[in-house]
Design a protein around this ligand. Structure first.
Ligand code: FES
Length: 167
């Protein structure tokens, strides 16, 4: 009889690790769960650090190099702590057709930030994604976890100004 594989302990008591673990368990700790698991870590913690990448690699029985490779290949993942506010502009096909590029241009013009960049004061991170699953609301943005649909540079910048000045 093959003994059950030994899973690494959760890195800490932080309950967010249970969410990450649940994602892996749902997929039977199979290697193909890697991307979904990294999304789960990033959703829970805001970024992927070395502790999380080692934990995921050990749990899914994948080489750490592969996990780092995937984490650094996709721009949706970040290895750095994000700013206090994270603005993810969707650049998937539906959003691209509805001119999501103008949203990124507006962010660049107003804050000087491109995808993957965080303002020096740590207030804002700009990220982009392939499709955030809200194509009917294109162009869509995910701002601090909330989906904002049918955005224009004006609506998005107004929302961000309000948020940043309030924090
Ligand atoms: S392409 Fe933007 S939400 Fe699907």
């Amino acid at each position: 009889m093959i003994p059950p594989p030994v899973r690494p302990p959760l890195p800490s008591d932080d309950p967010r690790w249970k969410l990450v673990n649940a994602t892996m368990r749902r997929h039977g700790y199979a290697g193909h769960a890697l991307i979904e698991t990294l999304h789960s870590v990033q959703d829970a913690f805001g970024y992927l650090d070395e502790v999380s990448l080692r934990f995921v690699a050990a749990s899914l029985d994948l080489p750490l190099s592969k996990v780092y490779g995937v984490a650094t290949f996709y721009h949706v993942f970040t290895l750095k702590p994000p700013g206090r506010h994270a603005c993810v502009v969707c650049m998937g096909t539906a959003c691209y057709i509805k001119n999501s590029t103008a949203l990124l241009d507006g962010l660049k013009a107003r804050f000087g930030l491109g995808p993957g960049e965080t303002s020096e004061d740590g207030a804002l991170s700009v990220l982009n994604a392939r499709c955030v699953g809200a194509c009917g609301l294109a162009p869509a943005v995910v701002l601090d976890g909330e989906v904002l649909g049918k955005q224009t540079p004006e609506t998005l910048l107004a929302r961000l100004e309000g948020l940043i000045h309030a924090s």
